[in-house]
Design a protein around this ligand. Structure first.
Ligand code: ASN
Ligand code: ZN
Length: 322
């Protein structure tokens, strides 16, 4: 059997309405039919055209192109978390093929999910190196796909910050699981190893200590708040989606480290249930999301369980009142 085959397995208040739906929702894990991992990696050859030339398909040997091979394995690690831990067949629960394009554009300083596939730039070589160098960035981008297929979260304001936070949360969970790291031993950094040596900083963001990932002459200081006391009101960045995501990020970190052990098990399962079964509305704000995580924790682990208590305590500590 091929390695690919061996991976196979597997008019009410809208907020109250969402909560009622969430409590009624059955645990739905996605397709009951075991899925198969299918990856396709393309090379844009420094042009900004998608998808570019197909360079590696599922089961193909390594190409020798570091970016293409990192993308291939990063997609595999993300698929494995969803499949092996949460019983979900790919990002859509129906075995969707995972597509990525590397070497997008010239000196392109970003990576993104375009609604259909992942795209990775090579970086300008001054601030950023290649974006596939960080597993958390690959899994962050792919989680935007998972979120798209599981919720209607609008990419604006608090719902957008929750969308961003989910990508950071599952991004770090993929890395922690791949490295076999317990919650208290992990870095909780997103995008470690992306900056060149010229930048004063370790990563793009930190779930453990939002606001401390970098402090650089050119980039400025990491703008993320960790609690509602430092919430940033802004019209840029779609209303601060990459900024205020620090608050739900830190809540996840607090819940996971309070529980201890592998973060993808306890807190990860609660956040996964919230996304897939939580009935969260498109314009979900932080308190609504917090309540949905409490409900998910109570459904999975029981009312008053230590998991439910850890979730409640975490939101209290970041100043979000469900
Ligand atoms: N890397 C960013 C993200 O995934 C790209 C963006 O904001 N468009 O959120
Ligand atoms: Zn993102």
């Amino acid at each position: 059997a091929s390695r690919a085959a061996s991976r196979a397995l597997a008019e009410m208040d809208p907020v109250l309405q969402a909560r009622a739906d969430a409590l009624r929702a059955p645990i739905r894990r996605g397709s009951a039919v075991p899925g198969t991992l299918t990856r396709r990696i393309h090379d844009a050859g420094s042009r900004e055209e998608l998808p570019g030339r197909l360079v590696r398909e599922e089961g193909d040997p390594a190409t020798g192109d570091v970016s293409a091979d990192e993308a291939y394995s990063g997609l595999g690690a993300t698929y494995d978390l969803l499949s092996e831990e949460y019983g979900r067949s790919s990002i859509d629960g129906a075995g969707k093929a995972l597509l990525a394009t590397v070497h997008y554009g010239t000196k392109y300083d970003n990576a993104f999910w375009d609604g259909e596939q992942m795209v990775f730039g090579d970086g300008d070589g001054e601030i950023f190196g290649r974006f596939t160098a960080s597993l958390t960035v690959i899994s962050h981008e792919l989680t935007h796909g998972f979120t798209q297929y599981s919720t209607n979260l609008e990419y604006q304001g608090q719902s957008g910050a929750l969308n961003e936070s989910l990508s950071d949360v599952f991004g770090v969970l993929v890395e922690q699981r791949t490295l076999g790291q317990q919650a208290d031993a992990a870095s909780w950094l997103v995008g470690e190893g992306l900056f060149t040596a010229q930048v004063e900083g370790v990563a793009l963001r930190s779930l453990k200590a939002p606001g401390t990932a970098y402090d650089d002459d050119v980039l400025g200081r990491d703008p993320q708040p960790a609690t509602m006391a430092d919430y940033v009101e802004t019209s840029s960045d779609n209303g601060g989606v990459h900024i205020n995501s620090g608050i739900p990020n830190h809540a996840f970190y607090l819940a996971a480290t309070t529980l201890g052990g592998p973060a993808w098990k306890g807190a990860g399962n609660i956040w996964f249930d919230t996304v897939v079964d939580g009935g969260i509305p498109a314009d979900c704000d932080f308190p609504t999301f917090a309540r949905a995580t409490q409900d998910a924790a109570a459904r999975r682990f029981g009312v008053g369980s230590r998991e439910a208590e850890a979730v409640t305590g975490a939101w209290a500590e970041v100043g979000v009142t469900p």
